[in-house]
Write a protein of this length. Sequence first.
Length: 329
Amino acid sequence: MAEIFTPFLTAFILAYALRPVCLWLEGRRLPRPLAAALAMFIGLGVIFCILSLFIGLLKNEIPLIKQQLPEWIQNTQTWLGPKLSEFHVNFDWATLKNSITEKVTEHISDNADVLMSTTLDTVLMSSTSVIAGFVNAVLILFVMFYLLMDWDHFFNLVQSLVPIRAQETVHHLAMHTDGLLSQYLRGMLIVISIMSVFYSVGLSLLGVKGAVALGVFTALMIVIPYIGITLGFSLAALSTLLQFGPGSEIIGILILYGLGQFLEGFFLTPRLVGERIGLHPVAVLFALLLFGKLFGFFGVLLALPISAVSLVLVKYAWGRYVQSDWYKK
């Protein structure tokens, strides 16, 4: 069922995110079909730009890994070898160095273009994967276009299916949920934009190669609580180590990301996104695992907003429950 629902969920999410763009274009007296098509084109263009940044990041990182790996092993031997000798533990460092270098050279291509080509060849080996990917892509675009076209009609139809006695309650919950999600999306876009500039400028001042790609990647990962910033920091630290080795630059990375977390966590997110949703960290991690398992990458991205919506419904149900005669008796 997850494989069936994922394309529709993806299309609905993209349509929801692009609906303000579509409405803005309609306000400029464009026909609705043209406005929907242009909104889709803008959204796909943003996704393409983000992927281009990541490929550029790979182009910088992959050659550095292959270049710096032998030196890393040598430095590890110099630092760790004497300590292991005290416990009468000896390694054949030359064999280890040759083996690791050979394996890395075998599995990591010289540049990102070859890596992407190899990945594409692997995917193309399975005709089922190609057909399924193509069908899902066409389905997502098709559903997204018609959702942008008939958004109001679709929700009016959904409302007509709700019993009349429950329409007022459902409408209230839907407006509350829409307000929460709209605040979340708008706020996160502003936070991501500000933090992209912050991390990109900071990494550029530190002299890190691929600073813009790393900065944008770190800012985008903010949408994944706890895990995202850890991944962004790990990549920035790895890039700095590959380029400069262990030194003062690592201290600069620690200071930069510490300031970034302070700025994002205590100023930007509370003011632009609103106060934290109120989920316990364990509940957040559970939501990440659950929705990631059900809907893949999009599930991970949407774990927090979906959990926020679920929390609204749970709070409403709990309020009705504690006010019921059955509970009071």
